[in-house]
Ligand binder design. Structure first.
Ligand code: ADP
Ligand code: XUL
Length: 537
């Protein structure tokens, strides 16, 4: 037994928790203390710190067919090596970490080559992870959530169970191109040899967990419900759907587990290389949206709006609700509950494009332009989809004056407001399908990179006719993973509510103007009819 193995983790008041978020553009990590206070935070940006992989916004979009979007899996491993070194440089005492959990961009899949689990178990602590895992992937580029190349496989999944409604009833969603089931089916159909050589398939979250665990980690039920394969009622894989994707898939996926499960001790590699304690536990990792739900401590009556690379909106659901536009996922905190999720692909990167075009690349100028136009934008509306959008399934820019379609707005400030209003009007329209009634005591909790922008938050408050709140520690997915690390460890003696009861409350950022409802309710109606017409074309 090594020295580290003999050591007890420091007493409860000194122990810490490690939370990670492998998001689209960065890998982030934080250290929380026993009271869940943020002690340290580090990150690795993929584009700027790992330029050899040539990603843009953390992804590689195929030039010949922009529906194919992937990431070299080994880039994430290399980013983890760098992240661990940064934590070390920050003086983190790894021996005090009592538990680790993580979150990751949802839906993307990792294909472990035959023999990879053996490699994971026997990693040498004197070398970097990326040097040792370089040939562990049977498919070297992981398809990620931005991919939309699997329309054919989506149809096959829906047909297998009797149509989109039936699939949504079973799995919480009709078939979506980025969901893992159709992505796995595409790999089986287009790279049968690679599929055959695949020992296990992980989600990006369970892949990250596997590295900490030193063996293949189970998929958690919350991220697992973003695959179109899991029965969200029984929390088991649906065999018909597995069979539609490829042979022996149950074996390759392994049994799903509740999101707060303690899945084992930290691996030998981390003990030897970083001096983690033998008693440090690894808690299942989950998707970034479920982790954000944990980090934002959502109560009933709240809607979370995350403004990251993708924009998402989510809420706690007591019961599943069948909708065709949107998703129902298993809840990461409570096995009997669910969460509703809406995802919009064209979030921050589209805002950045319009900022570069209209505001000289400056968020300050962008805000000045936004604030110089009135609510309702003189009746102008814009829909901007740089890449194939999910809700609605459209691509391209669409501009409308009060009366008709137009190819150009009269000024830069009108364009800026049209973008931001259009993005939030869409969120409200789809949220209403989940039964959300805006302005009826609803409160919005904003997070993600763009939630630091007051001008953008004011439009959010107005469109939803609801106050908008933010947390000081903006990265809710990373912090949520840290909370889950503690929750997974202490759940038998303490409820999640008790665990978070002393944390600071969210702060009010903006309130809606008195005329907000009058202006935006008709615009939501107009948005619905514009989208209906565009989809028919
Ligand atoms: P992800 O977790 O998906 O990688 P983040 O939540 O970290 O993304 O958000 C990153 C995005 O935040 C950037 O792409 C950037 O466009 C946006 N952002 C950063 N600062 C601002 C700002 N002041 N106003 C609007 N957007 C911002
Ligand atoms: C959710 C989705 C994205 C990713 C990346 O369905 O596709 O939000 O999780 O953040």
């Amino acid at each position: 037994m090594s020295c580290a193995a003999k050591k007890e983790i420091a007493n409860a008041s000194e122990r810490t928790f490690l939370g990670l978020d492998l998001s689209t553009q960065t890998l982030k990590a934080c250290i929380l203390n026993e009271n869940l206070k943020l002690l340290k935070e580090v990150h690795v940006n993929f584009d700027s710190e790992l330029p050899e992989f040539r990603t843009t916004g953390g992804a590689i979009i195929d030039k010949a067919d922009n529906r194919n979007v992937t990431v070299p899996t080994i880039m994430w491993v290399k980013a983890l090596d760098m992240l661990m070194d940064k934590l070390m440089l920050e003086g983190v005492d790894f021996a005090k970490i009592a538990a680790v959990s993580g979150s990751a961009q949802q839906h993307g899949t990792v294909y472990w080559q035959k023999g990879a689990e053996e490699t994971l178990k026997n990693l040498s602590s004197s070398d970097f992870l990326h040097q040792q895992l370089n040939s562990s992937f049977s498919v070297t580029s992981s398809p990620i959530w931005m991919d939309s190349s699997t329309t054919k496989q989506c149809k096959q999944l829906e047909e297998a169970v009797g149509g989109p409604e039936k699939l949504a009833e079973i799995t919480g969603s009709r078939a979506y191109e980025r969901f893992s089931g159709s992505q796995i089916a595409k790999i089986f159909q287009t790279k049968p040899e690679a599929y055959k050589n695949t020992e296990r398939i992980s989600l990006i979250s369970s892949f990250l967990c596997s590295i900490f665990l030193g063996k293949i980690a189970p998929i958690d039920i919350s991220d697992g419900s973003g695959m179109n394969l899991l029965d969200i009622h029984t929390k088991k894989w649906n065999q018909t759907l597995l069979d539609t994707c490829g042979p022996n898939l149950a074996e390759k996926l392994g049994e799903p587990v509740p999101s707060y499960s303690d899945v084992g001790p930290i691996s030998k590699y981390f003990k030897e290389r970083y001096n983690f304690n033998s008693n440090c536990r690894v808690i299942a990792h989950t998707g970034d949206n479920p982790a954000s739900l944990i980090g934002m401590r959502l109560y009933e009556g709240w809607i979370a709006v995350s403004l990251g690379t993708s924009d998402t909106a989510f809420l706690w659901l007591k019961e599943p609700k069948m909708v065709l536009d949107g998703h129902v996922l298993c809840n990461p905190l409570d096995e009997n509950a669910y969460m509703a999720l809406l995802c919009f692909k064209n979030g921050s990167l589209t805002r950045e494009r319009i900022k570069n075009k209209c505001a000289n690349g400056s968020w300050d100028i962008f805000d000045q332009l936004l604030n110089s136009t009135p609510r309702g934008n003189f009746g102008n509306m814009g829909l901007y989809y740089d890449i194939q959008e999910i809700l609605p399934f459209l691509q391209g820019d669409y501009r409308f004056t009060k009366t008709q379609a137009t190819c150009k707005f009269t000024s830069l400030e009108v364009e800026v407001r049209a973008l931001i209003e259009g993005q939030f009007i869409a969120k409200r329209a789809y949220a209403e399908e989940f039964g959300v009634q805006v302005g009826q005591g609803t409160k919005i909790l904003a997070t993600g990179g763009a939630s630091q922008n007051k001008g953008i938050l004011q439009v959010l408050a107005d469109v939803f006719n609801s106050p908008v709140y933010v947390f000081k520690d903006a990265n809710s997915a990373m912090v949520g993973a840290g909370y889950q690390a503690k929750h997974g460890l202490v759940k038998s003696s303490m409820t999640y509510e008790d665990m978070i009861s002393n944390l600071p409350q969210p702060e009010l950022a903006c309130e809606p103007y008195h005329d907000a409802n009058e202006i935006y309710t008709p615009m939501v109606e107009r948005y619905r009819s514009i989208v209906e017409d565009l989809i028919k074309k």
